[in-house]
Design a protein around this ligand. Structure first.
Ligand SMILES: [Zn+2]
Length: 374
């Protein structure tokens, strides 16, 4: 039986063990630790890492982990769950998307796999949190067979999974790297299908890297760590939707069944909207309004639309039409969520959508990615 140790926690077959993994020190003498839960079945099996709480206002993921992991589950489990419900404790304390001790999105701080790092003395050295994630990444890659990272998107948004494309290194041994990427994609796809919520593919490769999405928790685990996994988005963040939490627990148990860690039939995903437009869909830039107006949506999360369909009305403060008076879809796609508020300036985002994906799921890294930086 495999024994796993993470920080102060060591796995014990048939039990749930709790402890701490020291991340970094605060200047006030306090240590920021990440809570660690090691839940191990009595029988051997794969190791699944479940992480949440990297964004302070996103409280559904931790809720899923607390409700998923109990003795009843462990009694039937083969293998080990490594759960970290608070990847950014400081953000969770203050409900801040970006914690006060860094100044960028913490979900863009995981290793990028670049062999040559530019060391610009005028630039900020790695954040304490970035160094911590680098060490935690070494633990993840040492033990994880699979991983899921839990997030929330927008108020009343769809529950969906983000599928990161599998990028491969094409400047050397391209054929071999591509074949490995395709094998990794096949595993990731099976796992996403087992989880069973709506799937949204990430941006195409260039945009994905440009936005540092390859340095997200699941992006880095997949691309650098070669660990099949994905990010899930669980609707409203600060007041988790009980139906979505239940559906995410069911989806995670289905992943356990797919991985051979749990017996029994796959559970149907019920109680939440599911969107299957009949084509693969991807993330896109949000839908913005062409001029300042009040936006009265005609759509809600999960709705499928076609190019030219009316998404909402554009009116002035008296309720009279502004311009054409309507906002039309520029693509085929479906609604992931609506932006909060109805009063918008020109260019403001009003809707978040997924559109038809015509880019490959396995793609080379951008051409200069592995070049030495001058
Ligand atoms: Zn998030």
């Amino acid at each position: 039986m495999k024994t796993l140790t993470l920080g102060t926690t060591t796995s014990l077959p048939g039990t749930i063990q709790y402890g701490r993994w020291d991340a970094f020190d605060h200047p006030t003498g306090h240590t920021e630790f990440l809570p660690v839960i090691l839940a191990q079945g009595k029988e051997d099996g794969p190791t699944l890492w479940l992480t949440a709480g990297i964004h302070g206002p996103e409280h559904a993921g931790p809720s899923v982990l607390y409700k998923l992991i109990n003795q009843e589950l462990i009694n039937h489990l083969r293998g080990t769950l490594v759960a970290i419900p608070a990847l950014t404790p400081a953000g969770l304390r203050t409900q801040a998307y970006v914690p006060y001790h860094v100044d960028i999105n913490p979900n863009r701080l995981w290793p990028d796999g670049k062999p040559f790092k530019k060391k610009d003395p005028e630039k900020h050295p790695p954040f304490s949190l970035e160094r911590a994630y680098e060490r935690l990444f070494a633990e993840l890659t040492a033990s994880a067979d699979f991983m899921i990272d839990y997030h929330n998107a927008w108020t009343a948004s769809l529950s969906f999974s983000f599928q990161d494309r599998v990028l491969f290194r094409a400047d050397e041994d391209a054929d071999q790297h591509k074949a490995e990427a395709e094998a990794l994609l096949a595993k990731q796809q099976e796992m996403l299908d087992a989880y069973g919520h709506t799937i949204v593919v990430e941006f195409p490769a260039e945009r994905y890297v440009d936005l540092d999405l390859h340095r997200s928790t699941s992006g880095s685990a997949l691309l650098v760590g070669k660990i099949p996994g994905f990010t899930v988005e669980l609707g409203t963040g600060l007041t988790p939707d009980p139906a979505i939490v239940r559906a995410a627990i069911a989806g995670t148990r289905n992943v356990l069944r797919w991985a051979g860690m749990l017996d029994g039939e796959m559970e149907p995903i019920t109680g939440i909207p599911q969107t299957h437009p009949g084509y693969r869909a991807r993330r896109t830039e949000s839908v913005r309004i062409p001029h300042t107006a009040i936006f009265l949506s005609r759509v809600e999360a999960g709705d499928i639309f076609q190019t030219g369909d009316i998404l909402g009305d554009l009116v002035d403060v008296w309720g009279r039409p502004v311009g054409e008076g309507v906002l039309r879809a520029e693509h085929d796609g479906f609604i992931l969520g609506r932006e909060g508020g109805i009063y918008h300036y020109e260019g403001d985002t009003v809707l978040h959508v997924a559109i038809r994906d015509e880019h490959p799921l396995v793609a080379p890294y951008p051409a200069d990615y592995f070049k030495k930086e001058e």
